[in-house]
Ligand binder design. Structure first.
Ligand SMILES: Nc1ncnc2c1ncn2[C@@H]1O[C@H](COP(=O)(O)OP(=O)(O)OP(=O)(O)O)[C@@H](O)[C@H]1O
Ligand SMILES: [Mg+2]
Length: 280
């Protein structure tokens, strides 16, 4: 369980001539919890605090007030940090910023060496991780000869090799084209089926997180709403205020409802097609 209690956080911005530090508070009294194996989407406008929040979760940053606990360990307890950082891994937007090896194998091996993974089991683990994400490249392939989608799969393989309990994806698909994005998301869910972990997924694309257990909406450094997707999907105005667009099918369903057509609460593509045919 990740347990965040009344956590506030400020960045130190600048020092004036009198050496006074000026800070800007970007998270205000945030309380949330994320259970093992849960799939939680973090949503909100640019600058609403999503990335800053995730930096608290693995102890890269510490809250200025309040606490963050990972499986019962506080992030402000520095002896706990190695275990916390192993349990909570992050994949960022740009795959090139997270690659450290020259080849696929070296890249995966780097994180494993850092946690003292037994040398004699390393090759097997690298092969396991490549297979888990369905990366179509052998371990000797230079990283420079991977496509953007493949580089992001490699970033995923490198963190999954470490068996995280909580995986944070911070707009990890935003540099991929729509096809690569779909493949990446499918890979991720396939990997979760084989080796469950909690997924904390930051995105501006709601269609990627329709299957999430919960959506957590950030607004100006606070959690504005935390609940199942259904609680958000009929609130187009709130989503629009937070810079989010309803997925196409949901927008269409709401438009039909506004015209007096009765639309079932849970609406898949098939149901919507039938409905439109009848409407015609
Ligand atoms: N390193 C930093 N130093 C100072 N301020 C920062 C830093 N990183 C982020 N901020 C500020 O903190 C606030 C929250 O930013 P954060 O990156 O957490 O938002 P976000 O919701 O992840 O946005 P986006 O959708 O654009 O990634 C913003 O006002 C931002 O300008
Ligand atoms: Mg961000």
């Amino acid at each position: 369980m990740l347990d965040i209690r009344n956590a506030s956080f400020s960045y130190t911005d600048w020092e004036d001539e009198e050496d006074t530090l000026h800070t800007s508070r970007v998270l205000h009294q945030v309380t949330a919890s994320i259970a093992a194996n849960e799939f939680v989407a973090l949503l909100g406008r640019n600058g609403s605090g999503k990335s800053s929040f995730t930096r608290l979760l693995n102890g890269i940053e510490l809250p200025s007030e309040g606490t963050v606990q990972v499986e019962g360990r506080f992030t402000h307890d520095s002896p706990s940090l190695p275990l916390i950082r192993r349990a909570v891994q992050i994949v960022f937007q740009n795959p090139e910023n997270q690659q450290v090896g020259m080849t696929v194998g070296e890249d995966i091996a780097f994180g494993l060496s850092n946690i003292g993974y037994p040398q004699q089991q390393m090759q097997e683990r690298i092969a396991w991780a490549i297979d888990l994400v369905g990366l179509d490249a052998d371990e000797d392939r230079p990283v420079t000869r991977l496509s953007g989608g493949e580089k992001q799969k490699l970033a995923l393989a490198s963190v999954l090799a470490l068996s995280p309990k909580y995986l944070i994806l911070d707009e990890a698909t935003s540099m991929l084209d729509p096809l690569a994005r779909k493949q990446f998301v499918a890979t991720l869910h396939e990997a979760r089926k084989r080796h469950p972990f909690a997924l904390i997924y930051i995105t501006h694309h709601l269609e990627e997180v329709l299957e999430a257990d919960r959506w957590v909406l950030f607004r100006e450094g606070r959690i504005h709403l935390d609940g199942p997707p259904a609680q958000f999907l009929n609130n187009e105005a709130l989503l629009a205020e937070c810079g989010l667009e309803l997925p196409y099918y949901h927008a269409l369903a709401l438009a039909l409802q506004a015209k007096g057509v009765s639309v079932p609460a849970s609406l898949g593509i098939e149901e919507l097609r039938d409905l439109l045919c009848r409407f015609n």
